[in-house]
Write a protein that binds this ligand. Structure first.
Ligand SMILES: [Zn+2]
Length: 250
């Protein structure tokens, strides 16, 4: 039933899209590939029609995270807490702050559904970008049963904004991170999804390395490095996943 509704919705809303795009999105709806991976999506299961169904046990974790965050407990402390109590992620690993940050800003927990939140630019098959209007996206309100109320969800977004500002302003009221580089936070490791960090290596050479690899070594990520010089002139303004290519046998 939901799939039929979604498919007709797609037909209605996509008149401006090319026929080709329309067809492929419609096919996606029909196959039930609604671009969420519920295997790593805490709080919901998918039923045989592809609808999101609340998983009561996991939903408790989600609610707890939203509630505690409003008590000003940040994402990395929340991940420490879950790990301390032996709660595993959907993939059976330890929690990380970034995962929780992603959950707290995920509109699906208030029952909405943003399709095409991310997209792959044409001819760049290994790059995923946040969709800021480059391709058509769909925002469906009240698509499925919420786990948190829209009010609570909204409060958490305000808290996130507040904490972000607070983090960036030092105790003396001046801005921290003034020396951050334009590429800071923009380059993403293709193996673990963490950001790359700028490092000075031998001969004063500058490289960007996977931050998980820097912090926890090979057990966290096989690591990727890229010369700062190789990035000059690329004009990277969005989060971009770095791709590993073989060049001269290296
Ligand atoms: Zn990595």
């Amino acid at each position: 039933m939901m799939l039929a509704v979604l498919a007709s919705f797609a037909q209605e809303e996509s008149r401006s899209m090319s026929e080709n795009n329309k067809w492929s999105i419609k096919k996606k709806f029909e196959r039930g590939e609604v671009m969420i991976n519920t295997t790593c999506f805490c709080g919901y299961d998918k039923n045989e029609y592809g609808d999101l169904v609340v998983n009561r046990k996991e939903a408790e974790i989600v609610r707890l995270l939203f509630d505690l965050y409003l008590m000003n407990i940040g994402c990395s402390r929340l991940s420490d807490l879950l790990n301390y109590f032996g709660v595993k992620t959907m993939t059976g690993s330890e929690w990380e702050g970034g995962t929780i940050g992603g959950m707290l800003s995920n509109e699906k927990y208030k029952g909405d559904f943003h399709l095409q939140k991310y997209y792959t630019p044409p001819m760049r098959r290994n790059v995923t970008r946040r969709n800021r209007g480059e391709v058509q996206s769909y925002y469906i309100s009240e698509n499925h049963e919420p786990i948190v109320s829209p009010e609570l969800w909204g409060q958490v977004q305000e808290m996130r904004e507040y904490r972000k500002k607070e983090r960036n302003i030092g105790q003396d009221g001046t801005k921290k991170f003034q020396n951050r580089y334009p590429l800071s936070g923009k380059l993403i490791c293709p193996f673990c999804g963490k950001t790359l960090r700028r490092r000075q290596v031998y001969n004063k050479k500058i490289q960007w390395l996977c931050s998980a690899y820097i912090k926890k070594g090979k057990k966290a990520c096989r690591g990727i490095r890229i010369d700062d010089a190789a990035l000059v002139g690329l004009n990277i303004t969005e989060q971009t996943v770095v791709e590993e290519v073989v060049q001269n046998g290296k």
